[in-house]
Design a protein around this ligand. Sequence first.
Ligand code: THU
Length: 160
Amino acid sequence: MAKKIIISAELEELSWEELTISERELLDEAKKISHDAYAPYSDFQVGAAALLASGLILKSSNQENVSFPVGVCAERLVLGFAGANYPKDPVRQLAIVAKKAGQEKWATVSPCGLCRQTISESERRFDQAIELLILLPSGNVLKVPGIEALLPFKFEDLNG
Ligand code: THU
């Protein structure tokens, strides 16, 4: 008989009031930068803010290209910048928000596959989980303890 393997993850949904001041600040930074997204092809404006162990906050929005695959997600840009400029300062938390241009309400967003793999590498680099804070359209925030929750059974798990 085939053995069943169940993969599960525990995420938390918190109200704005349940967040710490520092978490709110990180999300606010992601909101601010999202307004400057260069997203003329999708109109989907994403903001990502990374909190480094030193307390520094780095931010990015998504940057698209007329040749669609060339565009880069907000998460990958900010993690790349962090790795290049602060190679000894691990990313501890990553706040992610998104909005359709011109709309009032925040949109549902969740990191794409490439970004999940990139987050995974940033965790691997410093052997430390990165907590994700994802803003939901309700105004609540989804707290993800680390990429394992969104990317189980990844290449790294199989290859050490
Ligand atoms: N995008 C991000 O920047 N982050 C995500 O988590 C999801 C998608 C971007 C890619 C593209 O510029 C636009 O949003 C629509 O997919």
